[in-house]
Design a protein around this ligand. Structure first.
Ligand SMILES: [Zn+2]
Length: 275
């Protein structure tokens, strides 16, 4: 049983504030240790239930957050950025399950540090007409490769969201959202026990199935008109409204690659405090 852990940071234990997840800050240095503990707890649970191989793929910001020197020795770490499948790199390598660890709610939704890819400039993403979080997008990509989502960890809103896109997945809510920047948090000891137990439970739904590639449509809404105009120069991307673009792709893999280009172009077009 080969399991991929896609490890994002906003939904990690104790994280509630910008500095907690911003590389280079004192709080980030503190929380990367706790975040690594979340991953280790997950690895423990996965192995207890029959995992034979665990690949951890860094999925946050510079994608260099976890402490390799503190990682469970049974896991391997894919660290660093510029990966074709980004948060989901490795999902196409014959995995039997994927864990969304430290995930968060979508842009425009209630949830701790809620966003979709860009922290502010994207106000909403829709996959085939459904308001989509990173979890929903990545679950659709996993499904195309025949890989079930076995566990989702994050705040309670993240877990609620996961029920709608991965109903079979086990859930580990490590904090209760009070606002976008506040949460009632379990201390690491409690959170890690919860993650390990739920990971073990989630392994019941592991096992590759026949994935099917199908066309998908993604629409993206920005907080400013020029970002929509900037991204509409990408072939296949069409401006639908002042702040909204959309595109069709023959597969979810192609859709996510195009979405990555949309976010990269938009990120490069953001101007100072006017956005
Ligand atoms: Zn994220």
């Amino acid at each position: 049983m080969r399991i991929l852990i896609s490890a994002d940071m906003e939904g990690a234990t104790g994280v509630t504030w910008t500095d907690d997840v911003r590389p280079g800050t004192e709080q980030w240095q503190r929380f990367r240790r706790v975040f690594t503990g979340d991953v280790n707890a997950c690895v423990t649970g996965l192995y207890a239930a029959g995992a034979t191989e665990v690949l951890v793929n860094e999925a946050h910001s510079s994608q260099r957050n976890l402490l390799l020197e503190d990682l469970d020795e049974r896991a391997r770490l894919l660290t660093g950025r510029h990966k074709p499948l980004s948060m989901m790199q490795g999902v196409d390598s014959g995995m039997d399950g994927v864990v969304f660890l430290g995930y968060h709610a979508a842009a425009g939704a209630e949830g701790v540090l809620s966003h979709t890819y860009l922290e502010n400039s994207i106000t909403g993403v829709w996959l085939d007409g459904v308001h989509a979080s990173e979890g929903r997008l990545n679950a659709a990509l996993a499904a195309e490769h025949g890989v079930p989502v076995v566990l989702v960890t994050g705040d309670d809103q993240t877990c609620l969201d996961a029920v709608s896109y991965a109903p079979e997945a086990a859930l580990a809510p490590v904090k209760e959202c009070v606002s976008r920047y506040a949460a009632i948090c379990l201390p690491p000891a409690g959170a890690h026990a919860l993650i390990a137990a739920r990971a073990e439970h989630g392994m019941a739904s592991a096992g590759r199935f026949e994935g099917t590639a199908a066309p998908h449509r993604i629409e993206v809404e920005f907080d400013a008109a020029h970002l929509a105009a900037a991204t509409a120069v990408i072939p296949t991307v069409e401006q639908l409204d002042v702040r909204r673009v959309g595109f069709d792709a023959p597969t979810m893999t192609e859709a996510m690659k195009c979405f990555k280009v949309v976010t990269a172009i938009a990120a490069g077009a953001i101007q100072g405090i006017y956005g």
